[in-house]
Design a binder for this molecule. Structure first.
Ligand code: PHE
Length: 356
């Protein structure tokens, strides 16, 4: 009888138990499922199994392969969650047990972070725009080069309304409207520079890290000679001001149909300065801001000639930024209405005064 698959399962389970980092999961995958891994070793040994047992042994190998594949993806999820929790736990803490202030209202933490980012961009010539929470398929997807049935729609589980409208899943939904509103700037030789913060909705299962209602801040700039360097400059300047320290950024390729090329902008981990620590999953970097150069189809949809103009767009996760900034480890706090905790985030936490 061919017992090796059972032994392999045991070996896998004992190794899997020891694993604590994403990179180790990858190592484990290579060790077991890689070209020269244990499973393919077993496949080769199948040749030596007597014919009458071949079928059964083959099935067993397939079962163990399936088992290892499933366990590895479960492990990956589990470790990612753990690492995210560690990251949040290690940020600057606030005191959950502070008494409630009875005589003063206070700003919501998202409002505070939003205003600070707005001030920074205003200082760089951007206008701040508002946009509705309810929009339609055209603005949320079609105008952004995401046609019907495009798989990119699956990344944003959308709340559709019976009126044929929908709740916007990202602030990019405002791009078309804002590009149209300001395209006359271009005719008079001025750039379009706008940011638009907003509440977004996706059908997420709610837990400490996921909300169905969250905030983003979108930014766009369009002119004649915009390049990726402009994008990097604005993001670096803004993030350095928000975190009150010089931030190092890097770009990795990222796919979004409405930008080409598209990137994920990472910042160097502020806790370990890039050396690698649990907060940054030992990579030295934190993913913060998807961005890219606006796709020609998006400009065309807004009536702007992509042969003549070019621009960048970014989508900053404001809720995530607020969590990092304040060390909030449970996203549910923001929509909880819990004044005892929410009233602690006053503008005194900022060096920049908040007007109003
Ligand atoms: N709208 C995208 C999202 O929410 C993020 C994004 C914005 C990407 C702008 C690129 C440019 O997933």
């Amino acid at each position: 009888m061919f017992e090796k698959p059972d032994e392999l399962k045991e070996l896998f389970n004992s190794k899997s138990k020891e694993i604590k980092a994403v990179s180790d999961v990858e190592q484990l995958r290579i060790e077991f499922l890689g070209k020269k891994g244990f499973v393919s070793g077993l496949m080769q040994e199948l040749r030596n199994v007597p014919n009458e047992h071949k079928k059964e042994a083959g099935q067993k190998i397939n079962e163990i392969k399936q088992y290892i594949e499933n366990s590895i993806s479960e492990k990956m999820e589990e470790i990612k969650k753990l690492e995210e929790k560690l990251l949040i736990d290690s940020a600057e803490a606030y005191d959950e047990s502070m008494p409630v202030s009875k005589d003063m209202g206070s700003y919501h933490p998202i409002t505070l972070v939003k205003r600070e980012v707005e001030e920074i961009f205003k200082g760089m010539g951007f206008t701040v725009e508002d946009y509705s929470e309810i929009t339609d398929d055209y603005n949320c997807f079609e105008a952004l080069n995401i046609p019907k049935y495009h798989p990119a729609r699956d990344m944003q589980d959308t709340y559709y309304l019976s009126s044929n409208q929908l709740l916007k899943t990202h602030t990019s939904a405002a791009q078309n409207t804002i590009l149209r509103k300001y395209k006359s700037n271009l005719d008079s030789g001025n750039p379009i520079r706008a940011i638009f913060p907003g509440r977004c909705f996706r059908n997420e299962k709610i837990d400490a890290c996921h909300e169905n209602t969250f905030f983003q801040m979108e930014g766009i700039m369009v002119d004649k000679n915009i390049s990726i360097s402009n994008l990097i400059y604005f993001m670096k300047t803004m993030l350095s001001e928000v975190f009150k320290t010089d931030i190092t950024v890097r770009l990795r390729p990222g796919f979004f149909p409405f930008v080409e090329p598209g990137f994920e902008l990472d910042i160097q981990c502020l806790i370990c300065n890039g050396k690698g620590c649990p907060s940054c999953k030992d990579s030295g970097w934190l993913e913060l801001c998807p961005c890219g150069m606006i796709h020609p189809n998006v400009l065309t949809a807004a009536g702007i000639d992509p042969e003549e103009y070019i621009g960048f767009a970014f989508g900053l996760g404001l809720t995530r930024l607020a969590m990092m900034r304040y060390g909030v480890n449970d996203i549910r706090l923001f929509n909880s209405g819990n004044l005892r905790e929410l009233s602690q985030f006053t503008e005194k936490n900022f060096s920049r005064p908040v007007n109003e």
